[in-house]
Write a protein that binds this ligand. Sequence first.
Ligand code: NDP
Length: 289
Amino acid sequence: MAQVIDGKERAKQLRKELKGRVSEFTEQAGHPPGLGVLLVGGDPASAVYVRNKERACEKVGIRSFHHQLPDDATQEQVEEVIDQLNADPHVHGILLQLPLPAHLDAEPLLLRILPEKDADGFHPVNVGHLAVGQPTFVPCTPLGCIDLLRSAGVEMTGAEAVVVGRSNIVGKPAAQLLLAEGATVTICHSRTKDLAAHVGRADIVVAAVGVPEMIQGEWIKEGAAVIDVGINRLDDGRLVGDVDYESASNRAACITPVPGGVGPMTVAKLLENTLEGAIRHEESKRKTV
Ligand code: NDP
């Protein structure tokens, strides 16, 4: 049976470390790191995510600045709040909770967030920094995947890694990070021929598809590490990943469960990104003095 990679426990440990680092930062800078959170509309799932993120901030000593706009907010109103957060020296990271109501255009809004405050790492400037290996904001979920692999003692250098999914928020940045770790990376997607054959060669599988239990246990190479990013709710209310957990854990050396795997790491990495943003901000202030 595979070793279970406990994301809940690792995230707890990470939050504890962060609390110490945040308190050190606050003492030196004279103010805490700050995260600006903007929620547009009343989507209940988004409201829960935002509340969780704000509570997590509070617990480690990061100040959160909550902004709520109604369902019928205009593009200009959202822009105004982003501009306000961009200009606020107490805000070091900005989070625009997605998805936005359908009448709003997310892309120009994400572009409007200053790259140096883009705590989610979605701005093309930060995507470029990641591609060329410069320090930057990196999307939180892929950061969580790499952290879990490292904490499970998985050797990434020289490993065959297969990432299933090529989204800008998970698949592509996860592939970039694995590449930076020295893995040989294949990215699969809906047009990939013979997905099972690709997965079957992988020492590391990262599944970010959004199709419940699509990746079969018999595809997995004996002794592989499996990171399941998928969060899918079944009709009977159960939450499952993109990997068939039962059969995959008979072959893998280690595997993340759903829930309790990658999910808790995403929030912990958002906190870490906000602190790193605040540290970079203080450093750049010192350089310009
Ligand atoms: P997207 O829908 O943006 O991307 C899904 C990717 O999977 C696409 O690249 C798509 O290919 C590919 N895909 C779809 N069907 C298949 C298939 N049959 N075979 C191979 N590839 C396929 O999803 P996200 O990346 O945003 O999210 C993926 C999953 O991760 C979801 O379940 C989501 O809920 C979860 N998630 C979890 C987070 C966490 O904190 N744990 C955070 C973010 C997401 P193509 O590009 O060709 O269409």
